[in-house]
Design a protein around this ligand. Structure first.
Ligand code: C2O
Ligand code: CU
Ligand code: CU
Length: 484
């Protein structure tokens, strides 16, 4: 089994790297930073350079757990302070939806409707957004809809979109990073008859995976630092469990994976160099399966993959790893423990997706994600509408990341519609197989420009375009637009 131990970095390296990015550090409460406090220059965000925070793993691994599943009809979701079970007997004070970390997985079939009451049990304002669901403005969890402590918000919406993996998380202005980091996020899965008919791996072989990092302080408690422009953690959680392991049968498994990190990008691989059979992403199944040996996903992106353990001898250990910006660490261990006759299948053709044509776009809009706090030079104002988009028009949106710093990544997210990625120039210079089909979030690493085609033809009203690096979003890298 390959288990590359994370490189350990000295505090001196940290300070050097911080100085290189121009970031000041005011994080004296963190043990590894004690003694290097200095105030941030006014108006300048403080940065945690990703490269300075290594993920550390303990020697023992803890069984993966699967979040409880609930129906969206008549559901009460209550975000509140809770004691989080981090696995391995370790707990931390944090925040949880209905006491669960991550929150319960909401699962429904297309055509059903959702009636959900969010009951705010936090000591501060919040609102819940259904990331990936196309719903009316009133049900979208826009920050102007935030309710105070003890308040509630009633959501009513139809599940009118194809099968896919979406998720939910808080969206109050300037508090998203903290609330998500402290434990508030859960999955929202829609099934549909066309997907069920494919006989993909199901039941115990269909496993949702919320993968994220988090910062544990010296006493092992989740700790969020406000006012930073990025928040890489030192510990990986899979479905809330640190250093997780999963016993698998000699079978095909479907893993629906969400990167629920505030900031961190993962490039996933299997330690035995076996391929992932990529079948879907943000907006559901791809037209056809694709075999890939690595997948890069930024915060909020999802991928749906099948891993085939059918030919592995019992006793085999395989690690799902990540390396990005030359940081290597483990995400999840698989141990083959039982030999069975394989079930499920992965057909070559999975779904039909109409292709948007560039020539059909009626206008182009360009958005520059410069620095950490602005889009096109403007910081978010909840009460200002930045642009208006005619209902039903196909538009070309061009997102660019002019930043050169190796760590300045922007996972760009659009509410209210899914889009199709048509080009990437600069940086990695290509559109990857996991970016085909329908997307709602696309990653921009330094110097990249990505073009997408988007059409808002479901609902009129106020929606959001923002960076999903939660610290950038909280600092104002977000715009309001109205579909008119
Ligand atoms: Cu997942 Cu506007 O966010
Ligand atoms: Cu969203
Ligand atoms: Cu950003």
């Amino acid at each position: 089994m390959s288990n590359d131990n994370p490189r350990h970095q000295s505090r001196r390296d940290f300070i050097r790297a911080a100085a290189a990015t121009g970031g000041a550090i005011t994080l004296g409460s963190l043990p590894f930073l004690a003694g290097c406090e200095s105030p941030a220059p006014a108006g300048r965000p403080i940065d945690f350079p990703d490269a300075t925070l290594d993920v550390v793993a303990s020697a023992t691994r803890n069984p993966l757990r699967i979040p409880p599943t609930v129906s969206p009809s008549g559901l009460t979701l209550s975000p509140a302070p809770a004691t989080l079970d981090l696995g391995g007997g370790q707990t931390s004070p944090g925040l949880a939806f209905n006491g669960a970390f991550p929150g319960p997985t909401i699962r429904a079939t297309v055509g059903q409707s959702a009636s959900i009451v969010m009951q705010n049990g936090l000591p501060e304002g919040t609102i819940v957004h259904w990331h990936g669901l196309v719903v009316p403005h009133e049900a979208d969890g826009h920050p102007i809809q935030a309710v105070g402590p003890g308040g509630s918000y009633a959501y009513q919406f139809a599940l009118a979109q194809r099968a896919g993996l979406s998720w939910y998380h808080p969206h109050p202005h300037m508090r998203v990073g903290r609330q998500v980091h402290q434990g508030l996020a859960g999955l929202f899965i829609i099934d549909d008859p066309a997907e069920l008919a494919l006989n993909l791996p199901s039941g115990p072989y269909d496993i949702p995976l919320v993968i994220r990092d988090g910062r544990l302080n010296a006493s092992g408690q989740l700790e969020y630092v406000d006012g930073v422009s990025g928040h890489p953690g030192n510990t990986i959680f899979c479905n809330g469990v640190r250093d997780a392991t999963l016993n698998v049968d000699t079978n095909r498994y479907r893993f629906r994976i969400l990167n629920a990190s505030n900031t961190r990008v993962f490039t996933m691989r299997l330690s035995n160099a076996a391929p992932f059979i990529l079948i879907g992403n943000d907006g559901g199944l791809l037209p056809a399966r694709v075999s890939v040996t690595s997948i890069t996903i930024g915060p909020a992106e999802r991928v749906d993959v099948v891993i085939n353990f059918a030919r592995q001898p019992v006793g085999t250990r395989i690690m799902l790893t990540s390396n990005f910006n030359s940081q290597n660490f483990d995400l999840l261990e698989f141990v083959v423990t039982r030999s069975i006759t394989p079930t499920g299948q992965v057909p070559a053709t999975l779904s039909t997706i109409p292709t948007y044509q560039r020539a059909a776009a009626v206008r182009t809009r360009s958005f520059s994600f410069d620095g950490a706090m602005r889009i096109n030079g403007v910081s978010y104002d909840m009460n200002r509408i930045d642009f208006r988009v005619p209902f039903g028009d196909l538009e070309l949106w061009r997102f660019s990341n002019p930043n050169t710093g190796t760590n300045v990544n922007h996972p760009v997210h659009v509410h209210g519609a899914h889009f199709q990625v048509i080009s990437r120039t600069g940086g990695r210079g290509t559109v990857f197989p996991w970016e085909r089909g329908w997307k709602d979030t696309v990653l921009l690493t330094p110097l990249e420009t990505v073009e997408v085609l988007v059409r808002f033809d479901h609902y009129r009203g106020l929606y959001l375009l923002h960076c999903h690096r939660l610290e950038h979003e909280d600092m104002g890298m977000m715009s309001n637009f109205e579909v008119v």
